[in-house]
Design a protein around this ligand. Structure first.
Ligand code: GDP
Ligand code: IMO
Ligand code: MG
Length: 432
């Protein structure tokens, strides 16, 4: 105790990796519970940068167990490369530091091929997915034809399941998407090699965490993507294919909701989004470019330039409600250092009406215009500040405004990518 869930409170890339890495010091176990290698979580320790796609962001701390929960979809090719990179850097020297739930669904080559070909076919109507096969893998999970890690490590079961599913996938690839079919033998050969490597990590997330909860150990759940990319509560259809809100931590790891004590939402001091979909405060002018350059807003997974815009309190309030946030971590405040004045969206205007809540009807959302309040900038470098009281008054006023609009207390402020560029206001692990 306590157990803490970290989720993105915007459209992803809020700095979840950095915050999870910082909180891992207080945790015994760090658990990923949804998404796959569409995620790109960046950790910066000293001058060394590590980007993780699948492995929980606690992995740089020796002795802290990292668990990939049942709700994740796992691409073995990416996973194995990630392990190799970490080991080459001197991390994860002990394989028992990592456990993968046997019921994670495996991303197969047809999932990635279908994802990419579908986007191609959709042309300008595409979602702008990461092309990592995430949607097609979750479709198969829900459609009850997925292949799980427990299947992969049993050669006869894997061969049987592949034999059942591949003709349908090849039919779709060839006849509908106009792409080459995949060879069963090729997949069997390649994936049996992965099974050998993955075997030693297989375990049961629910059983391990159940025991941890009984022993009152501290759990840290690491969300991927962000609240507005949630398949139910996000800007559908421009969303990812998993549940990204905090409730997903329970389903994707096999624990009950009563064990969660705190839910921390991560939000940038402005907003970014990668891929298509509505984004009311998007800046398509020079200011957008300025934020992108100052914040180095290029995707950690695909390298795509991120769309940038002003802080959106209406969208954040949606995350506060759908994830039941108990605390807010505001990141990348330093990116606003040079601005003379900063805008904050407090409400939307829709056909002359003021909306304080995020419209859950896409047709309404697309016609909303942001209503802004303008605040004074601080125009100095805050990237080495480690105490709230040492921030310039204008920066404090800005944070106070965000907190007031969000209706949620602030627990942390990040002023740079490094671990030590952090202002801890109230650590949830030290609150009981
Ligand atoms: P995640 O997906 O939520 O873990 O976020 P990403 O790692 O995709 O993107 C966040 C980016 O911002 C990374 O490059 C981080 O190193 C960087 N970052 C995190 N916090 C800060 C901060 O406070 N200031 C600045 N300038 N960069 C930050
Ligand atoms: P982290 O965990 C930002 C976006 C994609 C696309 C949509 C669907 O690093 O915050 P998908 O490949 O999931 O089917 O793509 O979701 N997306 C992300 N955007 N950060 C992420 O992860 C994302 N994961 C998916 O850009 O718009
Ligand atoms: Mg990211």
């Amino acid at each position: 105790m306590p157990n803490v869930v970290i989720v993105g409170a915007q459209w992803g890339d809020e700095g979840k990796g950095k915050v999870v890495d910082i909180y891992t010091e207080h945790a015994d176990e760090v658990i990923r519970f949804q998404g796959g290698n569409n995620a790109g979580h960046t950790l910066v320790v000293g001058d060394e940068k590590t980007i993780l796609h699948l492995i929980p962001s606690g992995i740089l701390h020796p002795g802290k167990r990292c668990i990939i929960g049942n709700g994740v979809v796992l691409d073995p090719r990416v996973f194995i490369k990630e392990i190799e990179n970490l080991k080459a850097k001197g991390y994860m020297q002990d394989d028992s530091q990592l456990v993968i739930d046997g019921n994670v669904h495996i991303i197969m080559p047809y999932h990635t091929n279908i994802d990419i070909a579908r986007e191609e076919k959709k042309g300008d109507k595409k979602i702008g997915t990461t092309g990592r096969g995430i949607g097609p893998a979750y479709e198969d999970k829900i459609g009850r034809r997925g292949i799980r890690l427990n299947d992969l490590i049993r050669p006869d079961v894997f061969a049987r399941k592949l034999q059942e599913v591949l003709p349908e996938k090849n039919f779709y690839l060839e006849k509908y998407l106009g792409k080459a079919p995949l060879s069963e033998e090729g997949i069997l050969e390649e994936y049996s090699g992965y099974a050998e490597t993955l075997k030693k990590y297989v375990g049961c997330s629910s059983t391990i965490l159940g025991k941890s909860i009984a022993e009152e150990r501290n759990l840290l759940f690491e969300g991927a993507q962000g609240a507005l990319l949630d398949v139910d509560h996000g800007t559908y259809p421009f969303v990812t294919s998993s549940s990204t809100v905090s409730g997903s931590a329970c389903i994707g790891s096999g624990v009950g909701p009563r064990c969660i004590d705190h839910v921390i939402g991560i939000s940038k001091a402005y907003v970014t989004r990668v891929g298509g979909g509505p984004f009311p405060t998007e800046l398509l002018d020079e200011m957008g470019d300025e934020l992108r350059n100052a914040g180095n807003e290029f995707g950690s997974t695909t390298g795509r330039p991120r769309r940038c815009g002003w802080f959106d309190a209406v969208a954040l309030r949606e995350a506060v409600r759908t994830s039941g946030l108990t605390g807010l971590a505001i990141t990348k405040l330093d990116v606003l250092n040079d601005l003379e004045s900063i805008k904050v969206c407090t409400a939307y205007s829709y056909k002359g009406e003021m909306l304080e809540q995020f419209p859950r009807d896409f047709e309404v959302l697309r016609e909303c215009q942001p209503v802004y309040e303008e605040l004074e900038g601080w125009q100095c470098d805050i990237s080495e500040v480690t105490k709230l009281e040492d921030l310039p008054q204008a920066a404090r006023n800005y944070l106070d405004k965000l907190v007031e609009l969000a209706g949620c207390p602030m627990v942390l402020v990040s002023v740079g990518p490094r671990r030590d560029q952090t202002i801890q206001v109230s650590n949830p692990f030290l609150q009981g």
